[in-house]
Design a binder for this molecule. Structure first.
Ligand code: CA
Length: 230
């Protein structure tokens, strides 16, 4: 299957040039010219890599990179017309994987895209080694790649949502109190309280349950806590 790349770039000529070069190399490419639409697409759609311009209408590249990083660890290549912006991005430690200053050669971009995809593949261990998988009635949790699929469709989870879901699924048919879950998933120094657990359970249910008012996976045991049904 060809790799999918999202280009978030408001200069359409540049975006199209990048797209043309990437398509020649067999990539599937989508373009978003608006910041907030690009962020939405990057979060909801299942891309393998994102090329992100810094100066964009509505939401800028800094914010987009930050928001994407809370949800996903796919490679992000940031581009900017200004060298000092690149230094600034680096300094902020937003978690971008690479930076390029415009104008750059499209073949250089393609080379970097390939390098980051290869590196990422190795990182998530999608090569020869078997991944550590938990499967329960249509939910597939890949612990190695930290990815979750519901009926074959990937859903994105934040780190804590993923940890909480995985912990419950690893220990099915056991009731855990909110306090136990908080201690297990959030370290003791964490700011927050057991209400955090409730909020995360709600978010997880929205992603895994067909009907959140009648949960089939994570049951609420009133007055006690939660139980994952196997
Ligand atoms: Ca721009």
């Amino acid at each position: 299957m060809s790799k999918r790349i999202l280009i978030i770039e408001d200069e359409i000529e540049i975006a199209e040039l990048e797209r043309d070069y990437l398509e020649i190399d067999g990539f599937e490419v989508e373009i978003e010219t608006d910041g907030s639409k690009g962020l939405k697409k990057g979060l909801e759609d299942n891309f393998d890599l994102i090329i992100l311009d810094l100066m964009l209408p509505s939401v800028n590249g800094f914010e987009i990179c930050k928001s994407l990083r809370e949800e996903t660890d796919i490679p992000i290549i940031m581009v900017s017309a200004r060298r000092d912006d690149i230094d600034k991005i680096r300094g902020l430690g937003l978690g971008a994987d690479d930076y390029m200053t415009k104008p750059f050669s499209p073949s250089e971009l393609v080379a970097r895209v390939k390098a980051h995809l290869n590196r990422y593949e190795r990182l998530i261990g999608s090569g020869k080694k078997e991944n550590d998988i938990i499967e329960v009635r249509g939910i597939r949790i890949d612990r190695t790649a930290r990815r979750v699929f519901i009926d074959g469709q990937e859903k994105s989870f934040t780190t804590k949502e993923f940890d909480l879901l995985t912990f419950l699924a690893e220990n099915p048919n056991r009731v855990f109190t909110k306090e136990e879950l908080f201690t297990e998933i959030w370290d003791m120094e964490s700011i927050g309280d057991i209400a955090t657990v409730t909020v995360h359970i709600k978010k997880i249910r929205e992603k895994i349950e067909k009907d959140t008012s009648n949960p089939q996976y994570i049951e609420t045991i009133w007055g006690v806590g939660y139980r994952f049904k196997n």
